[in-house]
Design a protein around this ligand. Structure first.
Ligand SMILES: NC(=O)c1ccc[n+]([C@@H]2O[C@H](COP(=O)([O-])OP(=O)(O)OC[C@H]3O[C@@H](n4cnc5c(N)ncnc54)[C@H](OP(=O)(O)O)[C@@H]3O)[C@@H](O)[C@H]2O)c1
Length: 251
């Protein structure tokens, strides 16, 4: 018997539970379950590990992606640079290693998106604007660094970043890739979108929205109207889930 699961504070609608339960059924993976483990505080994490001897892997969601770090024996290099873990591999001795599969999901989906059918996209002259500076933006930032794509952050509280009000024709012509890591436009607030001057976009632009519900967000619709290429966060979501499975199963 092998148990996998998700830890978080409030777990109602879980993509991961549905995804893995269906996967185990479809692929006839025997003696394997995926369970939800609601933890009122992260201090209960060691008890969970002790009480679940068949536990082999966890996904981690809000608010524990950072708080779980001190409880791990080892953290993968990318997750360490990001400063957050959303996958934990548990071995039979209870040794815990943390990873960040959002990083892999974003990186792989971005390369596919930019390759436009060719197997090797030319990333050397792509520059990216990252909209938002929250949890998801940290995995995006490290993935861009590893792809050697230059980036700037755009934030409502600029400090060292760009402000939305600074975005003009020159800036938008210098940055071909615009990544929305804010929750703006997510269901049910489907009429919201980041405040960028969409009229300066053209068919040289790529708009990547981490939001995956609705399928075509207002941010994407406004890009499409200008001839830009667009993608939502669904590919990233599926890729990060598959990456979790790969991590839990590798020797
Ligand atoms: N596709 C996937 O696999 C995947 C994975 C992870 C996350 N996501 C999605 O990514 C989104 C962000 O997730 P997160 O955990 O990073 O969220 P978060 O930490 O709550 O917010 C991200 C950032 O968005 C900006 N922001 C928040 N509210 C805003 C507003 N009203 N107007 C303008 N900017 C605003 C803020 O940056 P500033 O304060 O700097 O402006 C904030 O730090 C969510 O929709 C989530 O579902 C998708």
């Amino acid at each position: 018997m092998r148990t996998f699961g998700l830890i978080g504070k409030k777990l109602t609608h879980s993509f991961s539970k549905r995804y893995f339960t269906e996967k185990f059924e479809k692929e006839n993976i025997p003696d394997t379950t995926y369970q939800l483990f609601e933890l009122p505080t992260i201090e209960e994490f060691p008890l969970l590990i002790k009480s679940q001897p068949t536990l082999r892997g966890l996904n981690v969601t809000i608010p524990y992606k950072l708080e779980v770090l001190p409880f791990l024996n080892e953290i993968d290099a990318a997750a360490q640079r990001i400063g957050a873990v959303n996958v934990i591999k548990v071995n039979e001795q209870g040794y815990l290693k943390g990873y960040n599969s959002d990083y892999y999901g974003f990186k792989e989906s971005l390369v596919n998106f930019l390759s436009n059918g060719s197997s090797k996209p030319n990333l050397s002259n792509v520059k990216a604007l990252i909209l938002g500076t929250g949890g998801a933006s940290k995995a995006v930032k490290v993935a861009l660094e590893d792809l050697e794509i230059n980036y700037s952050f755009v934030s409502r509280t600029p400090k060292n970043n760009l402000a939305y009000s600074e975005l003009n024709r020159d800036i938008l012509s210098a940055y071909q890739l615009i990544i929305n890591t804010s929750p703006l436009g997510m269901y049910p607030q489907v009429n919201d979108c980041p405040e960028i001057p969409y009229h300066f976009l053209n068919n040289q632009h790529y708009l990547y929205d981490l939001v995956y519900n609705p399928e075509t967000t207002l941010f994407m619709q406004k890009g499409l109207a200008q001839g830009a290429s667009v993608i939502n966060g669904l590919a990233m979501l599926y890729l990060q889930a598959e990456k979790s499975w790969q991590i839990w199963n590798e020797a």
